[in-house]
Design a protein around this ligand. Structure first.
Ligand code: PLP
Ligand code: LYS
Length: 390
């Protein structure tokens, strides 16, 4: 990301900001599309990972659809120009207002997460004289082997319809004239790095598909969600292994003629394409600890504070790229300016001796970074800079 860049240009830009490498994003999207093509898999980009319009434009151009989790995201996808027939809307708590808006925008499919939601959607679609296409999000009770805060497919999670409720769900579908049942949907969690987990998911999807087919339903769509992780420890030149990922679904999923397999990838597509660029405000050398105080904090990148998530931290002013060489390595707690003790990007992180004014990069921040920023402490809105601008 920074290898062939004159990062001294960052010195003249007000920090903090997200720096997006749009070439890397393009390469990642292309690699994903090429890996999915032989199987004719359909890719929907999960906007929740990042709804920055510059990125969305690139993603739309490659032909992917959009996976949305609020009416705001559906609206954003439509505004950016995603084909509304490629927009899906999931979410455990869709409000009536949101459902109505998505009905008006004639999206491809509602991924429905409860039996009550089916009834509400049927009623609201009926009032508009519309037929809403639905997929049932099923909780498959498959362990994603990821951080417990970002696991979504276990019995204790709030997402999806549980297997023991499927008979009632089938009855409700049969009694809902304003719904067209087109498929089943799953999403077991995020930042999944053990691909074997997806084999287990495929086994469950096959079982659920057989169950619905036995009941006389035909399924056009098998939506297996997203969750493919990225390597936060090696952010350079790391495009996720889309080939191996799709190969698993090709091998383990039973796909009938005419059926479509849909994916909802977020992090894997955008995660490595951004860094949070921030400047050292102060160095505090204590008896027990040395602190680097940055001008970015948990308000700009919440993941470390929220999930104890690891992001690689680099002092760009001291990389081989820079004229300055400081071999002296020191362990720092790298903290932000926010009035919270959890406002910390990393503890005891070894860095070259750092000084006020040094530029730091917090890597792999393209997914769940800018979009999770907050105004806490009445912070300024975070800015974005794109590789084609500098
Ligand atoms: C329903 C659904 N689909 C897709 C995604 C995208 O996940 P990821 O960014 O891990 O690929 C999420 C987020 O976890 C989700 O909840
Ligand atoms: N926001 C999470 C991922 C949640 C994915 C959406 N269910 C993260 O930063 O890793």
């Amino acid at each position: 990301m920074f290898a062939d860049k004159d990062i001294s240009k960052f010195n003249n830009i007000e920090t903090p900001f997200y720096y997006y490498d749009t070439d890397l994003l393009q390469e990642t999207l292309h690699t994903c599309a090429t890996a999915a093509a032989p199987y004719k898999f359909h890719i929907h980009y999960a906007l929740k990972a990042n709804f920055n319009a510059v990125l969305l434009n690139q993603i739309k151009e490659i032909g992917f659809g959009a996976d949305c989790v609020s009416a705001g995201e559906v609206r954003r996808a439509v505004e950016v120009g995603f084909d509304n027939k490629k927009i899906v809307f999931a979410g455990v708590g869709k409000s009536d207002k949101e459902i109505n808006e998505a009905l008006d925008l004639d999206i491809f499919c509602f991924n429905v997460e409860s039996i009550q939601e089916l009834a509400v959607l049927n009623e609201l679609a009926g009032k508009k004289g519309k037929i809403a296409q639905v997929a049932i999000r099923i909780n498959p009770n498959v362990d994603a082997h990821t951080h417990h805060n970002i696991t979504t497919g276990l019995d204790e999670n709030k997402f999806g319809i549980n297997s023991w409720d499927l008979p009632e769900c089938a009855e409700t579908l049969n009694a809902s004239p304003n719904l067209k049942f087109i498929g089943i949907h799953f999403h077991i969690g995020s930042q999944i790095t053990n691909l074997d987990v997806y084999k287990n998911l495929c086994v469950r999807v096959n079982e659920f598909a057989a169950w619905f087919e036995d009941k006389g339903f035909s399924l056009k769509v098998l939506n297996v969600g997203g969750g493919l992780g990225i390597d936060y420890y090696h952010p350079d030149h790391q495009i996720p292994d889309f080939k191996s990922y799709f190969k698993i679904f090709n091998e383990f999923l039973t796909v009938k003629p005419g059926q479509e397999v849909h994916f909802e990838l977020g992090r894997a597509l955008v995660g490595q394409s951004a860094s949070l660029i921030t400047r050292v405000l102060y160095i505090k050398n204590g008896k027990k600890k040395n602190f680097v105080v940055l001008d970015a904090g948990m308000t700009e990148l919440m993941r470390p504070a929220l999930y104890q998530a690891y992001h690689k931290i680099e002092n760009l002013s001291k990389t081989p790229n820079s004229k300055l060489q400081t071999p002296n390595l020191i362990k720092y707690d790298i903290v932000g300016p926010i009035c919270e003790s959890t406002d910390c990007f990393g503890k005891e992180v070894e860095q070259p001796e750092s000084f006020r004014g040094d530029i730091f990069a917090i890597r792999s921040a393209g997914a769940y970074g800018e979009v999770m920023a907050s105004k806490y402490n009445l912070r300024d809105a975070i800015r974005s800079v794109y590789s084609y601008e500098i």
